[in-house]
Ligand binder design. Structure first.
Ligand SMILES: *[C@@H]1O[C@H](CO)[C@@H](O)[C@H](O)[C@H]1NC(C)=O
Length: 373
């Protein structure tokens, strides 16, 4: 009986001990859990706090923040700051990302032409490479009241005399005044130049259009001509023929100087050189001059003889050109367009074959002819 009682006492003691240790365990478990929760608690508290603060300052906050929010939307790509103001009905939520970040189309092209060439050269441009450009306008001096089936811009006070000194200066101003917030790059192109727009856009996408960039094939003037054209050593300009690209940033800086330059610094009658001098002397900016530029913005000095050589169409450098100038006939313009279309088709064919191969491989894994019914 005694022995039984003793074992019973021991059992009770064990149960009590077990119970106590359970309590300790549960307690420590909750302690750990609470410490895990601690940051959450702080967050909740702080969010409560911020709500309280905004409640207290509701009126002044609205007044203070709505102008900043507007300014942010109007100028930069910063997201609207989260605040009670963003809940205000005054702020309009953009529908598309394009609107939110104020994205601009890549390029505006101004084709320098004349009334006499509208139905030939300008029409060939329209029917070939201009199709790929977001926007092309043709600059020629139509008589007042006359129109043309192409989008022709007749600038006030500008005639069709050659060289188109005034035309180009005023065209740059026109581009700025009408399109500076719509495009990143502005191109001056001749009506006898061929431009591979998709490749050009890809090329330009490497650069920041808000920087002041003056891009094209560099011209230095002939050695025996330097006295007349008065360029400094190493001073150069972008040759007009193969096309000149002005970044949006450059155009903004250049426009206030254009009329002065047109009046005062005209030394030669080479308008491309004079635009270059204006940019060089007023803004201290030079045309791109890497050797490669001459192979991208291509000037044909052979008067078309180069295109009679079949080898050129197999040349890698030729296949990677961005612009070619000049074409003395519209027939040549159409033919070169045909050539580049054939090239493009070959490239797409190659891509199609690669995708077919990839598809066959994955079909072998899924064992299905179609991914989904
Ligand atoms: C210019 O090209 C566009 C696009 O190919 C075409 O629709 C239009 O008719 C052309 N304009 C003229 C005047 O031929």
């Amino acid at each position: 009986m005694r022995a039984r009682c003793r074992t019973l006492g021991r059992d009770i003691l064990l149960v009590v001990l077990g119970f106590v240790s359970c309590l300790v365990l549960i307690h420590s478990f909750y302690a750990v859990k609470n410490s895990d929760c601690a940051p959450q608690k702080v967050v909740r508290e702080s969010s409560h706090e911020s709500v309280d603060v905004s409640k207290e300052n509701k009126e002044p906050l609205k007044e203070d923040l709505s102008p900043t929010v507007k300014a942010t939307i109007g100028t930069t790509q910063e997201p609207v700051r989260l605040s009670t103001a963003s809940i205000s009905k005054k702020v309009k939520r953009p529908k598309y990302v394009k609107d939110e970040f104020h994205l601009r189309d890549p390029i505006f092209v101004g084709v320098v032409t004349a009334v006499d060439f509208l139905d030939s050269r300008a029409m060939a441009v329209n029917n070939t490479w201009a199709k790929n450009a977001p926007k092309v306008e043709y600059f020629a001096a139509l008589e007042p009241g006359k129109t043309h089936s192409l989008p022709v811009i007749s600038l006030p006070g500008v005639d069709d005399t050659y060289p188109p000194q005034k035309k180009v200066y005023r065209m740059l101003r026109y581009m700025h005044d009408n399109y500076i917030d719509k495009y990143n790059w502005f191109m001056r192109a001749d009506d006898d130049a061929y431009v591979r727009i998709p490749r050009l856009i890809e090329f330009l996408s490497q650069f920041d259009p808000s920087a002041e960039l003056y891009i094209g094939s560099p011209g230095f003037g002939r050695e025996n001509d330097l006295e007349r054209i008065k360029l400094f050593q190493h001073e150069h300009y972008c040759m007009g023929g193969p096309g000149v690209i002005f970044s949006r940033g450059l155009l903004i800086k250049l426009v206030p100087h254009l009329e002065e330059c047109l009046k005062n610094v005209v030394v030669s009658w080479n308008e491309d050189l004079e635009v270059g001098r204006c940019i060089s002397r007023r803004l201290n900016i030079q045309c791109t001059w890497a050797h490669e530029m001459r192979n991208l913005f291509y000037m044909d000095y052979t008067k078309g003889a180069v295109f009679k050589n079949p080898a050129i169409y197999r040349d890698k450098t030729f296949a990677s050109l961005l612009t070619i100038h000049p074409f003395k006939s519209t027939d040549m313009m159409y033919r070169i367009h045909q050539f580049f279309l054939e090239l493009e088709l070959k490239k797409l064919d190659k891509e199609r074959k690669q995708i077919s191969k990839d598809l066959e491989n994955v079909q072998r894994v899924t064992e299905r002819k179609k991914a989904f019914p």
